[in-house]
Design a protein around this ligand. Structure first.
Ligand SMILES: Cc1cc2nc3c(=O)[nH]c(=O)nc-3n(C[C@H](O)[C@H](O)[C@H](O)COP(=O)(O)OP(=O)(O)OC[C@H]3O[C@@H](n4cnc5c(N)ncnc54)[C@H](O)[C@@H]3O)c2cc1C
Length: 384
């Protein structure tokens, strides 16, 4: 096949390029800024499973992806000699109300049934908070904690760097930074760059994060609702000397993620309306205060960095993956919203397998690009 062109060098595009590189495909990844410049260049890197109840194809896909990621990253680290600071650290959710403990006890059973791979079992334990550890503070966990052993974390920027370094080892993969795609023309197998250049492709993968949606919508022949939008998130990195093996603490949208070298990431706001996409404000201060109350060891820790980014959220919330129904030479790989880091490798594998016609993993129907486009057409155009 003539060249595969990947648009966007975030976690989605980079994994797609690595999978293409492994498959021996002549590939060019074009990135308007630098790899990891979008949402993937953040601080958190939590790899969080869905709840183990009401099991379905989507949860099974994510479970398989989370299990497989450990080996994928080990292979990446072997190939590059770089660490992505991956650790299956688990997750603690404080139970502040009696009914939450009841629900969590149900999840213990659900996890025993569903969090099982061919080689491993993962658990969801309901127990009392460790006294004297303050991770989390006992006051926040009056009814104990739910502790799962499936969640993990990775350092986003290190993973981006490892993926980029892996690409440099494939002679048939190029990365062109500073090249912005202005429009796609799949019927002619070409796209236009903002600098006026036209670039031909045999196949194109659109993985431009939040910018993917506008590029998809401009291809629509009939009235169609917007394919997605941006949800802003703010996060901070603290220097707190916490044991890097500590589980993630998660409650009510607040994540506390202990990383290597004593750093702790705090996230994240979830803002559907915002004026300044890339600035931080008092909402982040409030989040840090909540984190300090939940984990007193963070009190007074130096804030090393404040960061904001835009999550790609597809209309209908599920990722948009696979061939565009009207354009066989275009595949879409976006909309990972809050869970891209745990699934990007698996979604990218599906897209590359599909392009070369190799047997592949089963994609949940609700993720398929064709499914999304059909649903958008039913909704019709969005009122202006
Ligand atoms: C505060 C915050 C915390 C988060 N925490 C987590 C977490 O703990 N775990 C998790 O899994 N997810 C988390 N997420 C979500 C996650 O970061 C995103 O879902 C993910 O990074 C999206 O990856 P992507 O490759 O689709 O998009 P991006 O990383 O945004 O990459 C898209 C790339 O395309 C490039 N691009 C855009 N337009 C063009 C164009 N026209 N031409 C060429 N290139 C273009 C951009 O420059 C960018 O580099 C968080 C997000 C935020 C904001």
């Amino acid at each position: 096949m003539s060249e595969l062109l990947i648009v966007g060098g975030g976690i989605m595009g980079l994994w797609a390029a690595v999978m293409a590189g492994r498959a021996g495909i002549q590939t060019c990844l074009v990135e308007r800024s630098s790899t990891g410049a979008g949402a993937s260049g953040g601080l958190l890197g939590a790899l969080m499973p869905h709840m183990p109840d009401r099991w379905n194809a989507k949860k099974q896909f994510q479970f398989d992806a989370l299990v497989a990621l450990e080996d994928e990253i080990a292979e990446l680290q072997r190939a590059t000699g770089l660490s992505a600071d991956y650790r299956r650290c688990g997750r603690i959710m404080p139970l502040g109300k009696a009914h939450l403990r009841e629900i969590a006890l149900g999840h213990e059973q659900d996890a025993a049934q569903h969090w099982v791979s061919s080689e491993r079992r993962f658990h969801w334990h309901v127990r009392d908070v460790d006294s004297g550890r303050d991770w989390p503070a006992a006051e926040a966990a009056s009814f104990g904690i739910a502790h799962d052993t499936l969640a993990a974390r990775v350092a986003p920027r290190r993973l981006v760097q490892a993926l980029k370094t892996a690409l440099a080892k494939f002679p048939h993969v190029r990365v062109e930074e500073g090249a912005e795609v202005a429009s796609l023309d799949p019927p002619r197998g070409r796209l236009l760059l903002a600098d006026g250049r036209a670039v031909s492709f045999g196949h194109c993968i659109l993985s431009a994060g939040v910018e993917s949606f506008g590029l998809i919508d401009r291809l629509a022949h009939s009235a169609q609702a917007p394919s997605g939008g941006a949800v802003k998130g703010q996060a901070a990195l603290l220097n707190a000397d916490i044991d890097p093996a500590s589980p993630i603490i998660f409650t009510d949208g607040l994540y506390i993620v202990a990383h290597e070298d004593g750093h702790v990431a705090i996230g994240s706001t979830s803002e559907n309306r915002f004026d300044e996409p890339y600035s931080t404000d008092d909402q982040l201060d409030a989040l840090i205060r909540r984190a300090e109350a939940l984990a007193p060891a963070l009190r007074g820790a130096q804030v090393l960095e404040r960061w904001a980014g835009l999550r790609p959220k597809a209309t209908g919330r599920e990722p948009i993956v696979g061939r565009h129904p009207d354009h066989g030479s275009l595949s879409v790989l976006t909309g990972g919203f809050k869970v891209s880091f745990g699934m990007a490798h698996a979604l990218a594998r599906f897209v590359i397998d599909d392009i070369i016609g190799r047997p592949t993993i089963e994609l949940p129907e609700s993720f398929a690009c064709a499914h999304h486009i059909a649903a958008l057409r039913q909704q019709g155009p969005h009122p202006a």
